[in-house]
Design a protein. Structure first.
Length: 214
């Protein structure tokens, strides 16, 4: 099965505007937090154009970065050349990872569980390719705690947002999905990013770690 998912307009917008805007807003600090404790062999699902690559710490011996969108994958391949750790960029989908069981010490999802077609299947696949006691490191925007904003999120998800944003959904409860998939969350920080006076539909984030014990 091909892992290719083509969103060329979204890819150009993300690489040219959305990604740089997040970097200017200070997302690099959260990327550092996300990746700080990683060691060994890591799979990053939905690597986009490789913005996480410069933040991987030295104890990581290998990163396999999976990205289904061809334009973003080409940019990720370019970014991998200057990464501080070895990075291999491959085509693939979160729901059908092209690797044997128990291939990796850790998995990373960063702003990707919002856009996978099926969170449950994707998380099952992640658990499958993890070694015993492997870890999942996640940084995701999620459903707002505000009743009013969560209604706006649901309305956006049911109409234009996924079409404009490469399949992204704003109102998913990704922490609940991680737990439902059999992971145990060991660290969880919930916060607003970026901090703005006007609430944004993708402002509420979670960042943390979960363990998979077979």
């Amino acid at each position: 099965m091909s892992g290719r998912i083509k969103h060329p307009v979204f890819a150009r917008i993300y690489a040219g505007y959305a990604g740089p805007s997040l970097e200017r807003a200070g997302i690099g600090v959260h990327r550092d937090r996300l990746l700080a404790d990683l060691t060994g062999e890591v799979i990053e699902i939905g690597a986009g154009n490789g913005l996480n690559f410069p933040h991987y710490p030295a104890p990581v011996t290998r990163v396999v970065a999976v990205e289904p969108e061809p334009d973003l994958r080409a940019l990720a391949e370019h970014a991998a050349r200057s990464a501080p750790v070895p990075v291999e960029v491959v085509e693939g989908r979160a729901e059908a990872l092209p690797f044997p069981d128990g291939s990796f010490d850790a998995a990373v999802v960063c702003l990707v569980l919002c856009s996978v077609a099926d969170q449950g299947i994707a998380l099952q696949e992640i658990s499958r390719v993890l070694r015993p006691d492997g870890t999942l490191h996640f940084f995701e925007h999620v459903r707002s705690d505000s009743a009013a904003l969560s209604r706006v999120q649901r309305a956006l998800d049911a109409t234009v947002w996924p079409l404009l944003a490469g399949g992204c959904h704003t109102a998913r409860d990704s922490a609940a999905a991680i737990i439902a998939a059999g992971f145990t969350i060991t660290e969880l920080d919930r916060f607003e990013f970026p901090e703005t006076r006007i609430p944004m539909p993708t402002q509420t984030h979670i960042l943390g770690t979960a363990h998979w014990v077979t």
